[in-house]
Every structure is written in structure tokens, then in C-alpha cells.
Design a binder for this molecule. Structure first.
Ligand code: ZN
Length: 557
């Protein structure tokens, strides 16, 4: 049953004038077939495979049940995003015209009738503007009404209303109330719990069994704490992440968690490489190119990093621009007790590399540099970037007062810290090469690969920390003559200048962090966190290069 009268009109294929609660909606012209095909082509189809040959029969059987659970997440997530989604999907599925097929294909990429790459513009006729409240709050409620209601609640009820795992609905009396996910999504969650329990009964791996059993229980009890702890303690060849996690779709308050799933296989070779790098970190810290008094003589424990390959992803974890890595859980109680884990999706990174980064390199780099762009260099630098967040100044002293870099650098912190992890990652890889810990060939590939990757990062602007941090590095390298633009507009790395430029910028940023120097950070951002004209001209050549991938999960059967 549609929950809002206008859905009926959509099912009938009518462009409708919408009710008074949808004040911002208008019937706009929507893209035609050619436009839709162009929009869809921004996502290059990519086969996402994973090697399952090492899994024994018990684990393959468990995996099949997990794939089943993952497919259920999509339907649930569609309804979380918007109450109208199931009806629109049904309508589009029934339309066998070329335009109907194109709309369906693009709907499946966006998991909604709004195009995420185009400021959420609707691409199906008769669709309202995307509601910021998603389907977490009543469609006829206003943000102010919900805020006022929350302010009248006692502590316990307020915690429920603002929690991750409830939706806000109206009772029969018209008054707002919190409804737990376990009740709102009960039929879906019962099926998902049953698939997880089946997998738990099949696996021979105790930590996996425990996560699956506790997560199945959480779906029904609405208490996710124990299963989040079990997820942190996972030590198994299959690494599943399934449940309600990210809150970005709650555009009103950021309270409510969207369902997603990533069923993955641990990459043992990369896991070994990570632990090898981890054993080098103190040596790297002891030799950072900064004043020795800013070095940390005893590095603390590292946040765990898992490198995995995706078998299948769904829900919030598979739409629009694809997730390449994530940090979870989000529950502060679990983070305080157990920390959080970074999961890196290697085969997704590989697909993005071949479908997006390689074409960028072919379009923007000098011919002599193009062949040096390598996935191994790309991924090794990503791993080192993550590790370098843990090196360099963190807790600092400012005028004798104990503080932290984050606290002192305030709004500039994220950008400075991302630039630090990038450039210090290059510095660390060079040092490991120089000390014979990494193959010397990396030196020939990593700078060029970084340059192509940097152009990818700033392609869509420098409004967020990663992109702006990359702009700082490109401009510093240009000024140092380590990156040059040729007369034909392509760019190239000058290896003889690069090594020194990387060391110098690592020193500059880490020293700025050690001093907690907010004015210097602000100046660095203003002067160097910009897209210079020659860089923009290189970016302008990328119009026909895909933005991201549309995965096909070929290992999921
Ligand atoms: Zn980072």
C-alpha cells in the first residue's frame, strides 16, 4: 500500500501536482534517452570478483547464506531512503520501452529516482525533490515539529528518538513516537536473521559464528552493542559487515542509520604486507624529517586495518559512487571500549583503478609516464597513507600547555592531516625502498601513480579535505619543479626533484602540526589549496572519463 496518495499517481505513470506538504516539488523536465545514457555511462561497468578457491566447503556454504542475507538488504534500504521507492521501482520495471529500461538501469545505480552526481535532480517524471528526512520521519512532519517534540522528552525517550536504530512515526492519535527498527522492518529482519543464523550454523570459524549469531539477535532485539564488539573481534577468512551503519541519509539530524552489507573475503597476502609495514613504523617515526624532539619515541597501538575483497555489497553500501574503504562501528560506546576498524576493499579499489585512474593517466600524463602507473603502487600508497595517520605529532605542547594537533588546527585540521598522510606516505615508501625493504621498482611507479591519483581526487573540486589536501601537494610539487606541465598540456614527474620535494613538504606539514600553528595552516590552505589554471586545463580534458564504476558481483553466484 502506498503511504502517500501521490504514489498511486506515479504507479499510473502520471505527472502529478503534488500535495501541499511537498512545497518544493515541481514537475521538471527529466532527461531523455540520450541524456540518461550519458549520465549512466559515467559509471563504467566493472566485474568485481574474489578468489574463493581457498575456502573449505563449510565456509562456501556459509558464504551462500550470507549472500542471501545481503540481497534482502537492498529492499529494506530502498524503503529507508524513500517511501515511494518500491512503487517507482515497480513502475519502472514494467516499462519495457528503451527509455523505461534506461530509467530502470539508472534507478538501480542510484537506488532512487534522484541522480546523486547531479545534486539529486530527479530523472523520472512526477518525482518530488529528494526529502532530506528520507523515510526516517513522517512525510507530513517538519523538522521544527520533530525538534520541538524531542525537546519535551525525558532522557530515556530522547535517547530512543535520537538513536541510530529507531524511526519516528505518528501514532493513531497523530502524535510522534519512536518505533524501533526491529518493529518497523520486522519481516525483513526476521528473514535476514534467519539467513545469518543458517550461516552461523555452517561456518567452522568461531569469531565469525559469534558475530553472525549476535548480529542475528540484534536484528530482533534492536540492541547492536554486543554484535558490534563481535565484529571488532572478527578473525576469519570471511569478513561480513551487515546492518544499519551510516547516518548520511538522515539529512535533518544525522541520527538514523541506513542498512548496508559488504560480504568480503580477507586478502591474506595484503594482510601480511600490512603487518610487515607495521613492524617498520617505529623506525620510520624515529627518522621523520622533523626536529627529533617532535618524534614519538614509543608509538601507541595501531587501529586495526583489514584488507578484503568484496563478494557482494548491497543497500547503502552499493549505490552511486562506490565505497572503497570504511571505518566502523559508529557507536561511540563500542569505539571507546574496542576502538574502530578500517576495512579496505581491495578489489573495488582495483576496479576504480583500471576503469577511472588508468584513463585519467592516459589523458593527462606525458606518454613516458603513462606506462608507469601501476595498481600495486596505487594500493601500497593507500595502505601507507592509512598507517601514516598514526605517525608524526598528535598530542603536542603549545606554549607549555598540553593540547592536540586536531584541537589547535581546528577547521584546517582535516585537510592538513590528509595532506600529511599522503605526502608522508610517499616519504615512507621512498625510505623503505632506500633501505631495501621494498622493491626498487616502486620508485619508478609510485610518484607517477600518485600524480594520476591526485588529479582524480581534485577532479570534482576541493571542497572536502582529501581533494584540498591533494591540491596543496600538487602546487608544492609544481613550485619545486617536481611536477611539470609540458607544452601539450600533459604533466610529468621530475624524479630528480621529487624526492626532495616530498621530504620538504613532509617536514613543513609535520612541523606546522607540532607547533599547532593555525595561522600557518590557514595560509597554506589559502595559498596552495587551490586549483591553478594549468591544473584546471588538465582536468578539463577528463570530461569523457568515467566518474566511477557500476559493479557486477561475479563471485556472488
Ligand atoms: Zn586519510
Amino acid at each position: 500500500m502506498p503511504r502517500h496518495p501521490f504514489l498511486t499517481a506515479i504507479v499510473l505513470g502520471l505527472a502529478v501536482s503534488l500535495g501541499p506538504t511537498r512545497s518544493t516539488s515541481t514537475v521538471m523536465s527529466t532527461p531523455d534517452l540520450a541524456a540518461l545514457q550519458k549520465m549512466t555511462a559515467r559509471f563504467a561497468p566493472a566485474d568485481i570478483g574474489a578468489d574463493l578457491s581457498a575456502l573449505p566447503a563449510s565456509e562456501r556454504a556459509a558464504l551462500a547464506s550470507l549472500v542471501e542475507a545481503t540481497r534482502l538488504v537492498d529492499a529494506l534500504f530502498l524503503r529507508q531512503l524513500w517511501a515511494g521507492n518500491p512503487a517507482v521501482l515497480m513502475h519502472l520495471s514494467a516499462d519495457e520501452s528503451p527509455l523505461g529500461r534506461a530509467r530502470l538501469a539508472y534507478f538501480l545505480i542510484n537506488k532512487s529516482p534522484w541522480s546523486a552526481l547531479d545534486d539529486d535532480a530527479p530523472f523520472v517524471p512526477g518525482i518530488p525533490s529528494k526529502p532530506a528526512s528520507a523515510n526516517y520521519y513522517p512525510a507530513d512532519a517538519t523538522k521544527t515539529e520533530v525538534e520541538q517534540w524531542i525537546s519535551t522528552l525525558d532522557d530515556r525517550s530522547r535517547a530512543e528518538a535520537t538513536g541510530f536504530f529507531t524511526v519516528i512515526r505518528r501514532g493513531p492519535d497523530g502524535r510522534l513516537r519512536s518505533v524501533p527498527y526491529s518493529q518497523e522492518y520486522q519481516p525483513d529482519l526476521l528473514m535476514m536473521a534467519s539467513a545469518l543464523r543458517k550461516a552461523a550454523g555452517l561456518t567452522a570459524q568461531p569469531t565469525l559464528k559469534r558475530f553472525l549469531e549476535t548480529r542475528a539477535a540484534a536484528f530482533l532485539s534492536n540492541d547492536y552493542y554486543e554484535s558490534d564488539v563481535a565484529w571488532m573481534e572478527l578473525d576469519a577468512s570471511i569478513e561480513p559487515t551487515i546492518g544499519p551503519y551510516e547516518t548520511y541519509e538522515d539529512g535533518w539530524f544525522g541520527y538514523k542509520a541506513a542498512f548496508e552489507a559488504f560480504i568480503t573475503i580477507r586478502d591474506d597476502a595484503e594482510t601480511r604486507r600490512l603487518s610487515r609495514f607495521s613492524s617498520e613504523l617505529q623506525e620510520l617515526e624515529d627518522n621523520l624529517p622533523i626536529d627529533p624532539r617532535y618524534r614519538n619515541p614509543r608509538l601507541g597501538g595501531l587501529a586495526p586495518i583489514a584488507v578484503v575483497n568484496v563478494v557482494i555489497a548491497s543497500g547503502d553500501g552499493n549505490r552511486g559512487v562506490q565505497t572503497a574503504a570504511f571505518n566502523l562501528p559508529n557507536d561511540e560506546r563500542v569505539v571507546a571500549q574496542k576502538g574502530s576498524k578500517r576495512v579496505m576493499l581491495k578489489n573495488m579499489q582495483e576496479a576504480k583503478f583500471s576503469k577511472v585512474l588508468v584513463p585519467i593517466a592516459r589523458t593527462t600524463l606525458a606518454a613516458s609516464d603513462q606506462d608507469r602507473v601501476s595498481f600495486d603502487a596505487f594500493f601500497t600508497h593507500i595502505l601507507m597513507h592509512e598507517l601514516m595517520h598514526g605517525l608524526g605529532p598528535q598530542t603536542i605542547s603549545v606554549g607549555g600547555r598540553p593540547s592536540t594537533v586536531r584541537h589547535e588546527l581546528k577547521e584546517t585540521y582535516s585537510t592538513i592531516e590528509e595532506a600529511k598522510a599522503d605526502v608522508a606516505g610517499l616519504w615512507a615508501l621512498q625510505r623503505l625502498v632506500d633501505r631495501g625493504r621494498l622493491d626498487a621498482s616502486l620508485e619508478q611507479t609510485m610518484y607517477v601513480t600518485f600524480l594520476a591519483s591526485a588529479l582524480r581526487s581534485i577532479r570534482f573540486g576541493i571542497t572536502e579535505a582529501h581533494g584540498r589536501g591533494v591540491a596543496i601537494q600538487i602546487n608544492k610539487f609544481l613550485d619545486a619543479g617536481a611536477v611539470v606541465f609540458n607544452s601539450d598540456g600533459t604533466c610529468a614527474v621530475r624524479h630528480e626533484a621529487m624526492k626532495q620535494a616530498v621530504t620538504d613538504l613532509t617536514r613543513e606539514i609535520m612541523t606546522l602540526e607540532a607547533h599547532g600553528d593555525h595561522p600557518a595552516a590557514t595560509e597554506l590552505l589559502q595559498r596552495f589549496g587551490v586549483v591553478r589554471p594549468e591544473v584546471q586545463r588538465a582536468l578539463d580534458r577528463l570530461a569523457d572519463v568515467p566518474v566511477d564504476i557500476a559493479p557486477r558481483f561475479v563471485a556472488a553466484g
